[in-house]
Design a protein around this ligand. Structure first.
Ligand code: GLN
Length: 232
């Protein structure tokens, strides 16, 4: 029996507001970043002629995939039990974690433990939002992007922002350190995976194989180093 013909185009959903994993570039509809280069390389390895990126809000990604509008999701998406009920994930491709930032002159909040009763900005539908909801008495405000939460920190409308460690680190390095600083110890043990629909086990197997090949060949390392510096 002949193998099923390979689909020519892989349509990938992302929320392009999560630097350095994905952010808009000068070229319209061509987001750049670590995730974007990784999925491009994975798609190529799998024999797709074209990898097309579709941008949307983070909380719209899983519904869009389950409606058949995109084939897979790569968007700094953490592998969680709740999401595993809705989608399949590849093997982890990046270890992340959560971090807190506050205004530079805030000497009251020194760690996650000092967030009780505080105003916290988070990104809608993320693990950071989930973490914030667990904090006693906290007034949590959801924003469409992590960047918007940071702007509200600058404006003094929230006391702290909880988001992903590498994204907040990048933000501080790029522009944020003029008014914000990181506090406390990051909560580690969060892993990003590429998501596919529940009935596409083959697609996940293919992506895992490609990911492994990219790791073995050093291509993964090259992309990693470009966006994050030396690999630990
Ligand atoms: N890693 C976080 C999550 O999966 C945030 C992802 C994002 O905002 N792109 O919820």
């Amino acid at each position: 029996k002949a193998a099923a013909p390979q689909k020519k185009e892989l349509v990938v959903g992302t929320a392009p507001s999560f630097a350095p994993f994905e952010f808009p570039s000068e070229e319209a509809d061509k987001p750049t970043g670590f995730d974007m280069e990784l999925i491009e390389a994975i798609g190529k390895k799998m024999g797709y002629e074209k990898v097309t990126i579709k941008g949307m809000g983070f909380d719209a990604l899983i519904p869009a995939m389950n409606a058949g509008n995109i084939d897979v999701i790569i968007s700094g998406m953490s592998i969680t039990d709740a999401r595993k009920k809705q989608v399949l994930f590849t093997d982890p491709y990046y270890e992340s974690g959560l971090m807190v930032i506050v205004k530079k002159d805030n000497n009251e909040i020194k760690s996650f433990d000092d967030l009780k009763g505080k105003r916290i900005g988070v990104q809608l539908g993320t693990t950071g939002a989930q973490e914030a909801e667990k904090i006693e008495g906290a007034k949590v405000t959801n924003f469409d992007t992590s960047d918007l939460a940071c702007i509200e920190l600058k404006n003094g409308n929230v006391d702290a922002v909880i988001s992903d460690l590498p994204v907040l680190q990048y933000f501080l390095k790029q522009k944020g350190s003029s008014y914000a600083k990181a506090v406390g110890t990051p909560k580690k043990g969060d892993f990003y995976g590429i998501a596919a629909p529940k009935d596409k086990k083959d697609l996940v197997d293919g992506m895992n194989k490609a990911l492994k090949e990219l790791k073995d060949s050093g291509e993964y390392k090259k992309i990693y180093t470009k966006w994050f510096g030396e690999m630990k």
